[in-house]
Design a protein around this ligand. Structure first.
Ligand code: ATP
Length: 384
């Protein structure tokens, strides 16, 4: 189990377009629903995506993200709702007439064509003249760092190179919107990480709007300006990577993005700047230093990320936010270790600890009695 490192960098202008009510969305999805017989694949989704964003749709298999992407492409028609791109209603526009291109996980390159023929294909169909096509193809080959590979066939390329050609082919027609369906899923881990950064660099250079489908939360966190987390056809939360990680709005999002400890409990004090929660899972009450719009007596849960849980051999001093347990397991991940601590209540709490010293020199080992504690700003109260 690993935790994710949220993308710290803000890539668009400040303030971000989604924070500026004067800026109009570039892609507007309004109350979009798609049913297949009894199955509601996409359920009343409304979403605003801004120019130049790399927006990711993230969620478990079957949550409806590909269906939503296919409706944007025009490969699937909505059961109800509307899609606007750059202010124009595209809901009933056929796929080939939309200013949209798609990049598939399987690359979908023509195997009998060379790299340059693959990239030029769409431009030839548009009737562009030969020298203009050559210039355009060359500049996009350069952009994806594939100059010199013009004459190769797809089978003579690595997976990463094929995906770069597929990207050049989708960008060469200068679409308003590029849709990417798990574009890096076929690559191995190392290559995928490198290609993620390349893809972001290319997207930033070209300035085109990307909407990407992924079920890989680390990938979405690294690459995206914002993420829409989907579950059962609905969007549960939309936010910048740090926002959905640090401030998930539900148990589902907290669990889906990274690892999390969830403490079920009752609100016993509710004030404008804090709440106090009693959880039978813990020895001490939880003090959370933000307000929660739920009354005293409400059944809620408090989410705390494992990297925010600290371990010690000595009993903490405060009245709140600590408990004790026995180290049941230690997962060594190189840079960090994850401690699985079993509490007397039977609950197991995860604590991620940076490996500042070698494993053998660790002060806390298997079967040790330890104290877990956390700051009052580390908890998030989740009512749903
Ligand atoms: P994955 O990550 O596995 O690709 P997803 O989130 O992209 O999943 P979708 O492919 O959008 O999910 O599918 C959403 C739901 O709609 C699933 O339950 C799927 O079985 C169903 N579905 C998708 N396409 C069709 C179809 N053409 N006919 C019937 N059901 C479909």
């Amino acid at each position: 189990m690993t935790t994710v490192q949220p993308n710290q960098k803000s890539r668009l202008n400040n303030p971000e377009p989604w924070q500026d009510p004067k800026i109009k969305p570039y892609v507007s999805i309004k109350n979009l629903t798609k049913t297949f017989g009894e199955k509601v694949a996409v359920n009343d989704v409304s979403l605003s995506i801004y120019k130049g964003e790399l927006f990711s749709l993230l969620g478990h298999s079957g949550c409806g993200k590909t269906t939503l992407l296919r409706m944007l492409a025009g490969f699937e028609s909505p059961t109800s709702g509307k899609i606007f791109i750059d202010g124009v209603d595209m809901t009933d526009t056929p796929a080939y007439k939309r200013p949209v291109s798609m990049v598939f996980q399987s690359y979908a390159l023509f195997p009998h064509m060379s790299v340059e023929q693959n990239i030029a294909f769409g431009l030839i169909q548009e009737g562009m003249n030969k020298s203009e096509i050559q210039d355009r193809v060359n500049s996009y080959l350069k952009l994806v760092q594939m100059s010199g590979y013009e004459k190769r066939r797809p089978h003579q390329l690595s997976g990463g190179e094929r995906q770069r050609v597929a990207l050049a082919r989708s960008l060469v027609k200068q679409p308003k919107l590029v849709l990417l369906d798990e574009p890096l899923a076929a690559l191995d881990k190392k290559l995928r990480e490198r290609t993620q950064l390349e893809l972001v660099n290319i997207q930033e250079k070209v300035g085109v709007t990307f909407v990407m489908v992924s079920h890989d939360q680390e990938e979405a966190m690294t690459m995206s300006t914002r993420i829409g987390v989907m579950n059962e056809g609905r969007i549960f939360q939309v936010g910048e990577p740090t926002e959905v990680y640090e401030y998930p709005n539900s148990r589902y999002v907290a669990n889906f993005i990274g690892s999390v400890n969830l403490f079920e409990g009752l609100i016993i004090e509710e004030k404008s700047d804090h709440v106090i929660v009693k959880s039978t899972m813990l020895e001490k009450n939880l003090y959370v230093n933000h307000s929660a719009s739920v009354p005293v007596g409400a059944q809620i849960c408090v989410a705390i990320r494992p990297e925010k849980v600290m371990l010690s051999l000595d009993e903490p001093k405060g009245e709140y936010n600590w408990t004790s347990g026995i180290v049941q397991d230690i997962a060594y991940l190189g840079d960090v270790s994850i401690y699985y601590v079993k509490l007397t209540s039977g609950a197991v709490v995860l604590a991620t600890v940076a490996n500042l010293v070698r494993a053998a020199e660790r002060p806390i080992q298997w079967d040790d009695q330890v104290y877990l504690h956390w700051k009052s700003e580390s908890g998030i109260v989740l009512a749903v």
